[in-house]
Write a protein that binds this ligand. Structure first.
Ligand code: ASP
Length: 317
C-alpha cells in the first residue's frame, strides 16, 4: 500500500526535474591559449551557437602539451552536452605524437567540422630576409642561431615548421608556447624570429606592418592578403596546408544532444556576423554535409592516417 502511494510521487518528481537541453551555459574547451587563432574561431562560433541554443557557450582555454591537456579534460568530462571541445588539425596529429594519451577515435562523439584556415609564414618586423627565397637561404645558413615559435608538438604551427624544415635546410631552435596567441606577442616584441600561423591570428598584424609575411600556405593568393605570394608561386608547393577545425563532445553524450549541437553549428555557419568575421580572417566555412558528425569523422580518420606517415619520425619537442 505504501509502495503504491509512493510510486506516482517519484514519477512526478522525475518529470518536474527533467530540464530541456540546454538549461545552463555550455563550456567549449579550446586546447590553446586565449587570444590565438583557434580561440578566435571558437569564440565566433560559440557565440552564434549559443544564440541558436538559447544558452551562452563559454570558451575555456585549457592549454598545454600541443592541445593534449585540453583534449584529456574534454574526454574525461561528463557526457551530458555541457562540455565540448573545439580543436583543429592537432586532433589528428596527436595519436602519432602522443601515443597512449587521448585516442580521438574512441574518446569523442562528433558534432561537425567548422572552417578551413590557411597559414602564413611570418617573421618579426626587422628579421633580415624579405622574401621567401631569402628566408630559405638565410635559415639554411644561420642554423640554430635563429628561433622558430610554435604552439607545441603536433599543432598547426609545429607541423608547418616541420614541413618547412623538410623542404629547406632550416634547423632553427624551436620555441614552444601554449598557443600562438602568446607566440604572436613575442613575435611583435621581436623576442623570436619567425613562425607559421593561421590567418585568423596574423591578418591584422600583417596588414598593419607590425610583422613581415613571406607566403600563404595555399596554391593561390588569398583576397585578404593579396600582396603575399602563395607557397606554390614562391616555389614551396609541398607546404600547402589548410587547418581544419572540428567540434567534439565526450564519448557517451546522448545522440539527441549531439544532433541538437550539430544543428546549432549548421545555423551558426550561415549567420551573417560569423560569415563576415570569417571572411575578414580568410577562414572558409564548411558545407552542411561537412558540419556534421559524419563529416568530422571522415576528416579525422583520413587526417590521422595522413599525419602518421608525415610525422612518424617526430617526437614531441
Ligand atoms: N595556432 C596554434 C597552432 O599552431 C594554436 C593556437 O594557439 O590556436 O596550432
Amino acid at each position: 500500500m505504501l509502495i503504491c502511494s509512493l510510486l506516482p510521487l517519484s514519477f512526478a518528481v522525475g518529470h518536474a526535474t527533467a530540464q530541456p537541453y540546454p538549461s545552463r551555459p555550455i563550456t567549449m574547451i579550446v586546447p590553446y591559449a586565449a587570444g590565438g587563432p583557434t580561440d578566435t574561431v571558437a569564440r565566433v562560433v560559440a557565440d552564434a551557437m549559443g544564440r541558436d541554443l538559447g544558452q551562452r557557450m563559454i570558451v575555456e582555454n585549457v592549454a598545454g602539451a600541443g592541445g593534449t591537456i585540453g583534449s584529456l579534460r574534454a574526454a574525461k568530462s561528463e557526457p551530458n552536452g555541457y562540455t565540448l571541445i573545439l580543436n583543429h588539425i592537432g586532433m589528428a596529429t596527436a595519436p602519432t605524437l602522443y601515443p597512449g594519451s587521448v585516442d580521438p577515435l574512441t574518446s569523442f562523439e562528433y558534432i561537425g567540422l567548422v572552417a578551413d584556415v590557411p597559414m602564413t609564414i611570418v617573421a618579426r618586423r626587422s628579421f633580415q630576409p624579405n622574401t621567401l627565397k631569402e628566408l630559405i637561404d638565410y635559415t639554411a645558413k644561420q642554423g640554430s642561431k635563429i628561433t622558430y615559435a610554435h604552439a607545441g608538438a603536433g599543432t598547426a604551427s609545429h607541423i608547418c615548421g616541420v614541413l618547412f624544415a623538410s623542404e629547406t635546410r632550416a634547423q632553427p631552435v624551436t620555441v614552444p608556447y601554449k598557443g600562438t596567441g602568446p607566440a604572436m606577442i613575442d613575435l611583435l616584441g621581436e623576442q623570436v624570429d619567425f613562425m607559421c600561423d593561421q590567418t585568423t591570428n596574423t591578418t591584422n598584424q600583417i596588414k598593419s606592418g607590425e610583422i613581415k609575411a613571406y607566403a600563404v600556405t595555399t596554391a593561390q593568393r588569398i583576397p585578404a592578403l593579396a600582396d603575399i605570394p602563395s607557397v606554390k608561386e614562391a616555389g614551396l608547393g609541398n607546404l600547402e596546408l589548410s587547418i581544419w577545425h572540428g567540434i567534439y563532445a565526450p564519448k557517451g553524450t546522448p545522440v539527441e544532444l549531439t544532433r541538437k549541437l550539430t544543428s546549432a553549428l549548421q545555423v551558426a555557419l550561415k549567420d551573417e556576423a560569423v560569415l563576415d568575421r570569417f571572411n575578414q580572417l580568410s577562414a572558409i566555412v564548411v558545407s552542411n554535409e561537412e558540419a556534421s558528425a559524419a563529416g568530422l569523422k571522415a576528416k579525422l580518420e583520413a587526417e590521422i592516417a595522413r599525419w602518421k606517415k608525415v610525422l612518424a619520425s617526430e617526437s614531441p619537442k
